[in-house]
Ligand binder design. Structure first.
Ligand code: ADP
Length: 230
């Protein structure tokens, strides 16, 4: 079961000939089974942090360890194996519009058709979307599409879920359902790292809250509330 450790991690971007730090000098340990909210205003570095942990971005400085293995210098095969530890929902929806919901989910499952269909149905059922396999993303609401993306992220039961603004387009009832499901999965051992603005729900859940400001960890509070620094 993985523990993720970031040591002195920085990622820089160039914007109009200026170098800006998307995240800078991040030191963090995320233990297996933790539930972590990543908060901060827009541009604070939340997405970058999740993408670095996911291995789709490499840090310009510092290292990311999975247990005691430095993942920073993984080549392709190692990186792909590393990524299988994660279910990831990106901030920008990425369902393929010309494929059905079922086909969108099946692309991540490389096993026989029968078992694959069973897994798709189970994952959709877990996010409260029974029977949408044959529909297309445009036929669903934005909130339903986000839940399909969550289903795709959990279909292979990864030990870690990285969720970027998953609840941004959901109504309150759907947010409740999603948090309930995440809490349940967390109780069963799944690590959850979730970038969110859902203040009310963060305050109710009382989990670890990491607050980023200008790419730096400004607060890291166990059983915290939204915006807690200490
Ligand atoms: P958040 O998720 O908290 O809104 P991001 O991680 O998306 O923050 O962005 C952090 C900073 O990095 C912002 O200033 C953003 O403009 C910049 N940034 C992110 N991605 C890129 C990119 N691909 N190119 C240039 N700048 C970027």
């Amino acid at each position: 079961m993985p523990e993720i450790r970031l040591e002195e991690v920085s990622k820089y971007y160039k914007q109009e000939n200026r170098r800006i730090a998307a995240v800078e000098d991040i030191n963090l340990v995320i233990r297996q089974g933790e539930f972590v909210f990543v908060t901060g205003s827009s541009g604070a570095g939340k997405s970058t942090l999740l993408q670095l942990i996911h291995g789709q971005l490499r840090p310009d400085h510092g290292s990311i360890y999975l247990n005691d293995t430095d993942t920073t210098h993984f080549r392709r095969w190692g990186r792909e194996r590393y990524r299988r530890q994660f279910g990831y929902v990106p901030q920008i929806p990425q369902l393929m519009r010309q494929k059905t919901i079922g086909e969108n989910l099946e692309t991540v499952v490389m096993i026989g058709r029968r078992r694959r269909e069973g897994m798709v149905q189970k994952a959709l059922g877990m996010v409260g979307l029974h029977g949408v396999e044959d529909r297309y993303p445009v036929e669903l609401s934005l909130g339903e599409c986000r839940r399909v993306e969550l289903a795709r992220a959990i279909i292979l039961s990864p030990p870690v879920l990285l969720l970027d603004e998953l609840t941004a387009n959901l109504d309150e009832d759907a947010i409740w359902d999603v948090f309930h499901l995440l809490d349940e999965m967390n109780r069963r051992g799944t690590t959850i790292v979730m970038a969110t603005h859902a203040k009310m729900f963060v305050n109710m859940m009382r989990k670890r809250v990491i607050t980023l400001v200008d790419g730096k960890v400004f607060g890291d509070v166990a059983k915290g509330r939204y915006g807690d620094i200490i």
